[in-house]
Design a protein around this ligand. Structure first.
Ligand SMILES: Cc1cc2nc3c(=O)[nH]c(=O)nc-3n(C[C@H](O)[C@H](O)[C@H](O)COP(=O)(O)OP(=O)(O)OC[C@H]3O[C@@H](n4cnc5c(N)ncnc54)[C@H](O)[C@@H]3O)c2cc1C
Length: 490
């Protein structure tokens, strides 16, 4: 009898899962959930069918893949295509332009979905704690990235009048920002989807000298080899390094060799050191041997301690020389140098977003969670049933897009186990009418953009690009994106 009842539940009602955030973590998790359910659902007694509704606050999907990754990363278009293919699935329903916490609340979702998975990622910078950070001309990398990637609510103009610029940070975002600040606009225009306002802005960029400051040594940086290879091929740019930074002791070299990625990064940095020597010997040329009109200085063991200014605007960065041993512990030396800079960018990490009604772990800067299970509080460790987190919302702002796949596998495993442990085969939401969410949104005057709407935007962007012999050209204004998605403008 019990079996019959459960059988009827499973047969007549698919599982309902809400995913908040259509970045890579949300999209991969949706796909992996459906696959794993097909494989294991029967055995777990929860059936094999589910409907997943993905809510995204922006008018378009893909999160930082569209609005974080630098436009000149060629591999990214394949990732975007793979994510798009995943979304093109009748069991996954896209609700873009629907913000959790404003348009839908936690109670709305728990009424209609058996489980809610937060994949809300990150958009803001971790703040820089240095004297002078409030001076004009000091920028967080995230806003600059929003500008060059055309984030819907991002700035449309960017001040690029500084001749000398500084970037603070030892990771890939600092590399991206530095590269875009040193690029010739025409190189970028030909090979990327940048919109006209970004092309015009970069064309007028006055920066001729850039200083990138990395607090620790060559062996402790967090650059990927791909980023370094891109740095090596900037036309018109002379690379400049401090030879002293490359005097590594035997222990540091040995330790770097233990980890493949670190070893490759250090080897590539030595390639850059050699290139910098040749570029200087040849009288200040770029990688092609052509005269350089820009200089890109790469400083390791350089910890900014203060931003200096006059009349409220930044004009220099004070940097303390550091010394980092093989153990990775950084020592200060008390030796300071001031570098002139009329614009300073800090790229010291992103800060994952909060979600209404979900506890935030201020120490780890993530949604409070234990291996992806949401906790009532970051300290007390009590799991809140039916709520999960994945991607940067769960793990923090580190790791490449590929890591969101491993997150997804772990979290989906927990979700399936938890569903199997529930009565009624995990059918926990009282309102099981799939159209109920559409009625709720309509009542609230919210007009979601579905996958077909996204395809209309994408089609338009491709057509616009083709007119200029490019593959794609981004539309940036949110109202225009909405108009295109709803078939109301061309
Ligand atoms: C500047 C930068 C450059 C990068 N470059 C690379 C690179 O070249 N290669 C690489 O592999 N990785 C790169 N990364 C890392 C990569 O972007 C992340 O690993 C990945 O995007 C994390 O995925 P996510 O889905 O967790 O978060 P996100 O990509 O941030 O996606 C989260 C989504 O949730 C949405 N959202 C947030 N709050 C709400 C809400 N309240 N309601 C509804 N929706 C919401 C957001 O709008 C967003 O679409 C880069 C990261 C940054 C910041």
């Amino acid at each position: 009898m019990v079996c019959d009842t459960l059988g009827a539940v499973i047969e007549h009602s698919e599982l309902r899962i809400a995913v908040v955030g259509a970045g890579p973590a949300g999209v991969y998790s949706s796909d992996i959930f459906l696959r794993e359910l097909k494989n294991k659902g029967e055995e777990l007694g929860i059936g094999t069918s589910a409907r997943i509704d993905v809510f995204e606050k922006l008018p378009v999907p893909f999160g930082l893949v569209r609005y974080g990754v630098a436009p000149d990363h060629p591999g990214i278009k394949f990732i975007a295509e793979a994510l798009e293919k995943t979304l093109d699935n009748p069991d996954i329903h896209l609700y873009c332009d629907v913000e959790f916490g404003t348009d839908v609340m936690l109670d709305d979702l728990l009424r209609r979905y058996d489980m809610v998975l937060f994949a809300t990622g990150a958009v803001e910078d971790r703040p820089l704690d240095l004297p002078g950070v409030g001076l004009d001309g000091v920028y967080g990398a995230a806003r600059f990235v929003e500008w060059y990637d055309g984030y819907p609510d991002g700035p449309r103009d960017w001040p690029l009048a500084a001749r000398q610029v500084a970037v603070i940070g030892g990771g890939n975002v600092a590399m991206d920002v530095s590269r875009e600040l040193m690029r010739h606009a025409d190189d970028l225009h030909a090979h990327t989807d940048i919109p006209d306002n970004v092309y015009e802005g970069i064309r007028r960029n006055a920066a001729r000298e850039l200083h990138l400051f990395v607090r620790r040594g060559v062996a402790q940086a967090k650059f990927s080899v791909q980023e370094l290879r891109e740095l090596e091929k900037l036309s018109g740019v002379q690379l400049v390094v401090d030879e002293e930074d490359f005097e590594l002791d035997a222990e540091t070299i040995e330790k770097a060799g233990h980890d493949k990625l670190t070893r490759q990064m250090v080897e590539e940095l030595f390639v850059i050191r050699d290139m910098a020597r040749d570029m200087a010997d040849d009288g200040g040329v770029d990688y092609n041997g052509d005269p350089a009109d820009r200089a890109y200085h790469l400083h390791f063991n350089a910890s900014p301690t203060e931003l200096l200014g006059t009349a409220g605007a930044v004009n220099a960065v004070r940097v303390e020389r550091t010394d980092t041993g093989a153990d990775g512990v950084m020592h200060r030396t008390g030796v300071f140098t001031d570098y002139p800079a009329q614009a300073v960018y800090h790229a010291i990490g992103y800060k994952p977003a909060r979600a209404a009604g979900i506890a935030y772990d201020n120490r780890r800067t993530v949604l409070a969670n234990d291996e992806g299970r949401i906790l009532s509080d970051a300290q007390d460790g009590v799991v809140v049933p039916r709520l999960y987190a994945t991607g940067w919302a769960k793990r923090g702002p580190i790791g490449l897009i590929g890591s969101t796949k491993s997150d997804a596998l772990l979290i989906v495993g927990h979700m399936l186990d938890d569903l199997a442990g529930e009565a009624a085969a995990g059918r926990l939401a009282p309102d099981r009418d799939p159209a109920s969410i559409d009625r709720l949104l309509a009542q609230r005057g919210v007009r979601p953009i579905d996958f077909a709407g996204w395809k209309r935007i994408d089609g338009f962007e491709r057509a616009q690009g083709a007119e200029e012999g490019r593959e794609h050209k981004k539309v940036v204004e949110p109202e225009r994106l909405r108009g295109l998605a709803h078939g109301e403008s061309r």
